[in-house]
Design a protein around this ligand. Sequence first.
Ligand code: SF4
Length: 196
Amino acid sequence: MAELTRRDFLKVTGATLAASSLAVLGFTPQDALAEVREFKLARATETRNTCPYCSVACGVLMYSLGDRAKNAKGSIFHIEGDPDHPVNRGTRCPKGAALIDFVHSDSRLRYPEYRAPKSKEWQRIGWDDALDRIAKLLKQDRDANFVAKTGDGLTVNRWLTTGMLAASASSNETGYITHKVVRSLGMLAFDNQARV
Ligand code: SF4
């Protein structure tokens, strides 16, 4: 049997005592790791959102620098699953786990762009201009192509020349209103990004 010197005995008992005292005080290794993480996010702005990738619509928490003051430029630096969200309870699939790369991707479309007929160039336009243009073109197309009755007199009230793709990350309420608007216009080609 190996001999235990007085020095070894003091080392072992001292380390055990220190570890158990820390555990009693709540400083277990897990707690210590959690504390570091909380510290990293403590001064960040937390925003709840929904993963845009599929119809599961997992809840996510996004952490950004900046306090939303007018002259402060916010920047998202961390995204994780929302533990309070009833759908995913804090989890995300690999695609959703890569959301931060999508947010900061150079090729991400961040504002409306317009390409004139026969042009190769896209030009940036404002949201008001984009929405006005969409509304104008929708009306033009509907006025020209709306079918109230078929040739044999059957009422159909349909509009087949324009379609709409709704967003999967919308809330139930947004989805309900979107559906009402689209169907009340007579539009039949209606689908959701969740199926793409
Ligand atoms: S995290 Fe994955 S499963 Fe959840 S909404 Fe995003 S893509 Fe869908």
